[in-house]
Design a protein. Structure first.
Length: 356
């Protein structure tokens, strides 16, 4: 069984842990990031690195971190470079793999020294649209989120100030940081460049998109269309949570996995009983590529997931009333799975801009 223990992962969502941040650099960077929240955002439309798909809203880049090609190139190099981890063995891309829509194929990923984390690595497709990060939603910006895996013992087990020192010894990185942000490698440059790359991970060219937004009514088979109708039906209620262009309303819900959760979900952040075992509703885009499923990677297949919702899940005081159970025929289950698989975007995973 999973042994969930509260860890430094939450050090800037939990004020009690703030004393762990000893670096002045780090603190000043975090406060700058906080101030930026209120600043007007730069609206990004299109470039050779990201195209906003039909049916998607514009993508906002923060004012202090507008898109530039230099920032993107640096961020991508950092994302795939194990130099960010203590023993230079693990990169962001080790757990967020392009071929898996920037998720992983194991229930829990390995960090430095093979250490195992507490949660399943989520897909980063369309991450630039999320209003907050992690499954309890405690991190407000992508820039701040970069610090989480850097510190986490089961991920990079390192420190952003030490990473900056490492990069400063590398003339290539020094030149790239100068070009991108007009400064030598430092936490500001590292967190912002990686976030710029992450914001370009936009996925909206699945066959479902071709059918729904690009006017190609032949893009889905009749089985997939039947599955789509089931998905959006009131009876199944999937789209009461997995709604909108990114198939999530970003709310925190309990979908009835356990009577007793080892992972307290949103309550880790708020300490409120009403938030116990609530998790951010995940996107279902590329879900055919991101098995295993759920916060702990406990479900291996989409069939398992559907049988779970059919059963109505197990009793929990915070279980959503929308998870109430329903009945499907074998064929309907297949159709629903076919629809979920039609959300896979192969243009996205094969895009040369997304490879190391
Ligand atoms: C050892 C595996 C591992 C590594 C390395 C790793 N991550 Fe993650 N990442 C995870 C896991 C697991 C989660 C889910 C944590 C949670 O939900 O609380 C996550 C969550 C995220 C999220 C939030 C997703 C969401 O839906 O809210 C972002 C963004 C992210 N990682 C980016 C990165 C970046 C950038 C790096 C490199 C600096 C990185 N990750 C390195 C495993 C990893
Ligand atoms: C009450 C809101 C709600 C409803 C209704 C709902 N889900 Fe979910 N769904 C969630 C939450 C929350 C999770 C994540 C749980 C976790 O991380 O443990 C999830 C996870 C999933 C996952 C796993 C995704 C991943 O990347 O791990 C799939 C697939 C899924 N749901 C499909 C469906 C389908 C199909 C339906 C309709 C039959 C449905 N959901 C109905 C809230 C909901």
């Amino acid at each position: 069984m999973l042994n969930y223990k509260k860890s430094e992962n939450f050090w800037f969502t939990n004020l009690g842990c703030l004393s762990k941040i000893t670096s002045v650099f780090l603190l000043s960077m975090i406060f700058m990031a906080c101030e930026d929240d209120d600043a007007p955002a730069d609206t990004f439309t299109e470039s050779m690195f990201v195209e906003i798909p039909d049916g998607f809203p514009a993508l906002d880049f923060p004012e202090d971190n507008a898109f530039s090609e230099e920032r993107y190139v640096l961020g991508k190099k950092l994302f795939f470079d194990p130099i960010l981890s203590r023993d230079s063995s693990v990169s962001c891309g080790s757990c967020h793999r392009p071929s898996r829509a920037f998720g992983d194929m194991v229930p829990l990923s390995n960090g430095v020294g093979g250490a195992i984390g507490n949660r399943n690595s989520p897909s980063l497709a369309n991450i630039g649209y999320h209003p907050y990060f992690l499954r309890e939603g405690g991190v407000p910006t992508l820039e701040m989120q970069v610090l989480v895996p850097i510190q986490e013992h089961s991920e990079f087990d390192f420190n952003v100030v030490l990473i900056a020192e490492r990069l400063a010894h590398d003339p290539i990185y020094t030149a790239m940081c100068q070009k991108a942000y007009g400064r030598d490698p430092d936490p500001f440059c590292i967190t912002r460049a990686i976030s710029t790359f992450e914001r370009t991970l936009v996925s909206g060219d699945s066959r479902y998109d071709q059918y729904a937004f690009q006017g190609d009514i032949s893009a889905l088979t009749s089985a997939e269309i039947n599955g789509m109708d089931l998905f959006f039906s009131e009876d199944l209620a999937c789209s009461s949570c997995h709604s909108g262009f990114n198939f999530t309303n970003y709310s925190f819900e309990n979908n009835g996995l356990y009577e007793v959760y080892l992972d307290k979900g949103r309550a880790l952040l708020t300490n409120q009983p009403d938030d116990e075992a609530l998790f951010k509703v995940p996107t279902l885009r590329n879900v055919g590529l991101t098995a295993p499923y759920m916060h702990d990677g406990s479900m291996e297949t989409l069939l398992e997931v559907i049988l779970h919702y059919e059963s109505g899940g197990v009793k929990h005081v915070n279980k959503s009333p929308e998870v109430k159970g329903f009945e499907l025929t074998n064929q309907e289950r297949k159709d629903l799975i076919a629809f979920l698989n039609s959300l896979s975007d192969y243009e996205f995973i094969n895009d040369p801009n997304h490879q190391p």
